[in-house]
Design a protein around this ligand. Structure first.
Ligand code: F0G
Length: 398
């Protein structure tokens, strides 16, 4: 069953519907978990190991073996900050971001509904993922990208997998508004995170964190927030497993935004459950360059209900954290993902995070998604002939 998160109106699972027809709010799938957690043991570690908890037709699955991502204990960085730190590395998914979790489920629903065309607006990763899954499903794929603001790796993926790419003169929020209007006219099936089936896939990040910790909850999950789907999805996942009795506690959901694109943090500071859109969002973390997040209600509910928090970080803090994670722990992430690490550092400094807390930072996309920003942050390689004497001298003088 699909249910409106605001007025509780109910819709059939097979209705193609993105927002509530009665009140206009966002929708969610209602799923009851009536299995024992032991049934997941011994299955291949993809998100479909949780198939009983994902409300789609198993015979229609479109998958690239997503999920089951690394859960790295980061003692060097954790010790430096005085916390017990684990990093969930979502860049290890097939197209290099967590979007693949949502897309495998969304594309499976598209096959069930027998649609022929799928579409999304994107800051990059959603389009890369959609293009790959549409190719695997054999469907036509249309993506709208904000012109000049999509990192190179993501653009390459969307184009190479054969999506019809429109470079929109406008920002992500404007591109999404246009794409949604076309979906409502039924030209295509919308696979942005306003589609509740996307979040059914992404909730498995929450499932896996609890499983990875030996069926315990961390004190806190920290992640970057853009369109606000992922924080909502992870909260749904951990809540479902908590309600099923698989764990005894719930984590504090902690959403980090870039200073120049922070409508959710602004709302949190005022105690509101809806955002006031930021007109001209700007940040080097282009993945989260979003001013009017569609899942604002769900995200703010998750933060309040979990006794969580929201904070902003500057572009400089993001780039410093990106380098810190890469150089102390060997984990390469794109700028938006580093917002979670930058946020952790800031909240420890502010005393919001207590020493000794067990923290999971979700890092959402791979370093190679945005090679230009990575190269700009480094000194250029030294150009030198392949002469052993010269090379020896250079190396010894360092
Ligand atoms: N991190 C990365 C790497 C992302 O690509 C995104 C969103 C987020 C974090 C934020 O997640 O929107 O669920 O709050 N990227 C979308 C896209 C908007 O089009 O690829 P969110």
């Amino acid at each position: 069953m699909i249910r409106c998160v605001s007025c509780g109106a109910e819709y059939d699972d097979d209705e193609v519907i993105y927002t509530c027809e009665k009140c206009g709010s966002v929708l969610e799938l209602v799923s009851d978990i009536d299995v024992s957690k032991d049934i997941f043991d011994g299955r291949r570690d993809t998100l479909w190991k949780f198939k009983e908890c994902i409300p789609v037709d198993e015979s229609k699955i479109v998958s690239l073996d997503e999920g089951g991502t690394p859960f790295c204990k980061c003692d060097k960085l954790g010790d430096e900050l005085g916390v017990n730190l684990y990093v969930k590395v979502e860049g290890s998914n097939p197209t290099g971001s967590f979007k693949d979790r949502g897309m495998t489920v969304g594309m499976t629903k598209a096959m069930e509904l027998e649609v022929s065309t799928v579409g999304c607006a994107s800051t990059g990763n959603t389009s890369a993922s959609l293009a790959a899954y549409a190719a695997r499903a054999g469907l036509r794929c249309i993506v709208f990208l904000p012109s000049g603001k999509v990192a190179l790796g993501k653009l390459a993926q969307a184009m190479f997998h054969g999506a019809e790419v429109m470079s929109i003169n406008g920002n992500f929020d404007e591109a999404l508004e246009a794409m949604t209007a076309l979906a409502l006219e039924k030209h295509l099936y919308l696979l942005n995170s306003i589609n509740p089936y996307r979040l059914e896939g992404q909730k498995t990040i929450g499932y896996e964190i609890l499983r990875d910790l030996g069926w315990q909850s961390p004190d806190r999950i920290i992640l970057p927030v853009g369109n606000a789907g992922n924080i909502s999805a992870i909260w749904k996942g951990v809540s479902e497993f908590y309600n099923a009795g698989f764990v005894k506690d719930l984590p504090m959901m902690t959403g980090i935004q870039a200073e120049g694109a922070c409508p959710v943090t602004n709302a949190f500071r005022k105690g509101d459950r809806r955002v006031v859109p930021v007109e001209n969002p700007e940040t080097i973390a282009t993945a989260i360059r979003i001013g009017a997040p569609v899942s604002d209600i769900k995200a703010l509910n998750a933060i309040y209900d979990s006794n969580g928090y929201s904070e902003t970080v500057s572009d400089e803090e993001i780039l410093d954290a990106q380098k810190l994670l890469a150089r102390t722990e060997g984990i390469g992430v794109e700028p938006a993902s580093a917002a979670s690490i930058a946020g952790l550092k800031k909240l420890v400094d502010q005393g919001v995070i207590d020493k000794g807390e067990t923290i999971t930072c979700v890092v959402t996309g791979h370093l190679l998604k945005d090679p230009n920003t990575a190269i700009d942050a480094c000194t250029k390689p030294t150009e030198v002939d392949a002469d052993i004497d010269t090379l020896r001298k250079l190396l010894m003088n360092k």
